[in-house]
Design a protein around this ligand. Structure first.
Ligand SMILES: O=C(O)C(=O)Cc1ccccc1
Length: 293
């Protein structure tokens, strides 16, 4: 049976750009929220789900991480990093009104990536959070009678017939987002389209409670094996203040010795460790302008 790819939709989202760079002929299905998309993989409605995990300016997309941790038997099987360019767009009827907008709509991460621009050029304009930048663009296209704009990418402008009135409004140039490909089976999904940049293994570690130096010992399990870490982040376990787990990215694929032994060492310290995936990562080659759809 043909694979189906679920993604944070509708069409015109950055996630759709990630999907199109990774997959070719498969059927693609947009979901309005990240939890719905993760549920779709859990319930076998789709084979893979592609979701944003981390942005270079705004940090982790918490909802993806939190649902991924809670969903059982869902693995990261691949990752694509996409350059992010944010534009301000309005309905063509409102092009001359763009500096007098009443409100702007976008995904909360996109709004956060454009804070300086909004503060400087759109002071007093209300920002409204939507489920995605694509959903915001669609909403603006359906409400030409309102003086509103969307922050989204150039494909969303094309998809929903909007006019870009301010280009590249993100605050920092080096704006990238990591999109993960999720799947039920533990496997490695390689891309036919993109050049592999390396391999990563992502683990979560829960420390034993009230043990001084536990995090130090966890880090030394990696350090003395010369395992390079590219991310370590603490997230609340949602069981009470002060209870955290750590998400750790190791810059190499799962092997037979080093990572398994580091895990055994952490477990012997009383930590709970689970492997979210060991997978290749890719860099989307385009600069956000030329993309196959
Ligand atoms: O809303 C979108 O287009 C998404 O795919 C989520 C997102 C939002 C902002 C930056 C990167 C991804």
């Amino acid at each position: 049976m043909k694979d189906t790819i679920g993604y944070l939709g509708p069409k015109g989202t950055f996630t759709k750009i990630a999907v199109d760079s990774m997959f070719n002929g498969e059927s693609k299905k947009g979901f309005s929220t990240i939890p719905e998309c993760i549920d779709a993989v859990v319930n076998d409605e789709v084979t893979y789900a592609v979701l944003p995990l981390e942005n270079a300016i705004e940090g982790t997309v918490n909802i993806t991480l939190d649902y991924l941790i809670q969903a059982e038997n869902i693995n990261i099987v691949s990752e694509v990093i996409v350059p992010i360019r944010q534009h301000l767009m309005v309905h063509p009827d409102n092009v001359n009104e763009w500096s007098k907008l009443d409100a702007i709509y976008s995904h909360s991460h996109a709004i956060a990536q454009c804070h300086r621009f909004i503060h400087k050029d759109l002071q007093q304009v209300k920002s409204h959070s939507m489920t995605s930048t694509g959903a915001a663009a669609e909403f603006v296209s359906k409400n030409p009678d309102q003086r509103i704009g969307a922050i989204a990418n150039h494909l969303a402008a094309k998809e929903y017939g909007l006019s870009i009135v301010q280009k590249d409004i993100h605050d920092f140039d080096n704006n990238h987002t990591r999109f993960v490909v999720l799947h039920k089976a533990k496997k490695v999904l390689t891309s036919k389209n993109l050049e592999e940049k390396g391999r990563k293994t992502t683990v979560t570690v829960t420390l034993p409670s009230d043990q001084p130096g536990a995090l130090h010992q966890v880090l030394s399990a990696f350090a003395w094996r010369n395992l390079n870490l590219s991310k370590i982040e603490s997230r609340p376990m949602k069981t009470g203040l002060g209870n955290y787990y750590f998400l750790i990215d190791i810059e190499q694929q799962m092997d037979d010795v080093l990572i398994p032994n580091a895990i055994t060492e952490m477990e012997s310290l009383g930590c709970k460790v689970s492997v979210l995936g060991s997978y290749p990562y890719y860099l989307h080659s385009g600069n956000g302008v030329t993309l196959a759809v």
